[in-house]
Write a protein that binds this ligand. Structure first.
Ligand code: ACO
Length: 352
């Protein structure tokens, strides 16, 4: 019988420190009004000193395992572009901290498309019979890559982790992943980058310029590409799944910018209400954004069992990708969501 990878658990986690637009406006030449109007973001969470992507991944992974009712999986795939260290990958340490034993564990780097790429990798392992279950995590602490004085990037990104557990199942059951569409265009790799720190800069033997160690993005060019590529990828996934886009109940897109979600909806001629959004309180959490949006959607009741869902990511590389599934009924605490944004409103936000 044909095998499929089926979503069996879901979890998300964000760190407690809230950074509001007003806090950013206190130290940068920006305003709450500009940030809300241009991005839809009101606040985001950032890691505190010493906290890392691995910490976010462990918390999200633990919640997904608990949601799946599993203590073991056969592999861990971690999507991140802000690993704890350049070398080695972060996933093996995450697997060990989760008590998963000597399972294969590795990172996948595709920036904001990372989760879809990691999901495709995990699903492929299941489909091959190489693993019966895989923990797929998307986690990023992108705040650590942002230049302290760069208003154009600092207002956009939030930190967080999200994860799903995949198990072996049948292609016809709810939760089965299908319709995979992935793509990339390396000719536009300069649009989203951290210029220094890699082999190209280090092989020069020259010290990195400080400004080159931070993340940069050519916002408008990225915006246009994000809208076009996600709309095309969603259409292709719908075609491969045999769904008319009009019958898809929920679109869970990378949460880059509220205006991008609206523009994709317009391009597809579909009601914007079908596009889940948590960007107001999460910001752009890079590889965590899709699983966090799933967790928040389940928690709010906007994503329900039986919904026809398409996930779509877009990010640096450039990279993009989509997958489809019928949302499954997950056993409690399957609704394990990201901590509600209000949960730690009392926490000391610290300096932005
Ligand atoms: N506050 C106030 N003004 C600002 C800010 C800010 N935080 N940031 C930029 N501006 C200014 C600019 O300096 C510019 O001023 P100027 O006209 O005097 O030169 C003006 O606002 C307009 O700048 P734009 O960059 O054109 O602003 P835009 O409306 O395009 O919004 C944004 C910028 C939010 C970055 C948008 O382009 C965007 O969302 N792009 C896509 C991001 C994305 O999709 N990322 C996904 C992948 S990310 C990844 O893979 C890691």
């Amino acid at each position: 019988m044909e095998r499929a990878a089926v979503v069996a658990g879901l979890g998300g986690w964000v760190p407690p420190t809230i950074v509001t637009n007003d806090q950013l406006a206190g130290v940068l030449d920006t305003s709450d009004e500009w940030i809300r109007r241009r991005t839809g973001i009101r606040e985001r969470r950032w890691v505190s000193p010493g906290q890392s992507t691995g910490d976010l991944a462990v918390e999200a992974g633990r919640r997904a395992l608990s949601s799946a009712g599993l203590e073991d999986v056969d592999a861990v795939v971690l999507a991140t572009s802000s690993p704890d260290r350049h070398c080695p990958a972060t996933a093996p340490e995450v697997a060990t901290r989760l008590g998963l034993g000597p399972v294969p564990a590795f990172d996948v780097a595709a920036v904001c498309t990372g989760f879809v790429y990691a999901l495709a990798t995990g699903a492929g392992m299941v489909a091959l019979g190489a693993a019966r279950s895989v923990l797929v995590i998307g986690a990023d602490a992108f705040s650590t890559l942002l230049a302290p004085d760069d208003r154009s990037t600092r207002v956009i990104f939030g930190d967080g982790g999200g994860a799903v557990v995949l198990r072996t199942g049948s292609p016809t059951e709810p939760g089965a992943l299908t319709g995979l569409n992935l793509g990339s265009d390396g000719s536009l790799s300069d649009l989203i980058e951290v210029p220094a720190g890699g082999s190209r800069q280090r092989s020069t033997g020259l010290p990195a310029k400080t400004e080159d160690t931070y993340f940069t993005m050519q916002g408008q060019a990225v915006y246009a590409q994000a809208v076009r590529r996600m709309a095309e990828s969603v259409k292709e996934t719908a075609r491969r799944t045999g769904w008319d886009p009009a019958e898809i109940d929920r679109f869970v897109l990378h949460q880059a910018n509220a205006r991008i979600l609206e523009a994709v909806a317009r391009r597809l001629g579909l009601p914007p209400e079908r596009f889940l959004s948590n960007i107001e309180v999460r910001g752009n959490t890079v590889a965590a954004s899709i699983p966090l949006a799933l967790a928040d959607g389940v928690a709010s009741g906007e994503l329900r069992p039986g919904h026809k869902v398409v996930l779509a990511g877009f990010g640096g590389g450039l990279t993009w990708g989509s997958m489809a599934l019928v949302w499954p009924r997950l056993a409690p605490p399957a609704t394990a969501s990201a901590e509600p944004a209000v949960a730690s409103a009392g926490a000391d936000p610290g300096p932005p």
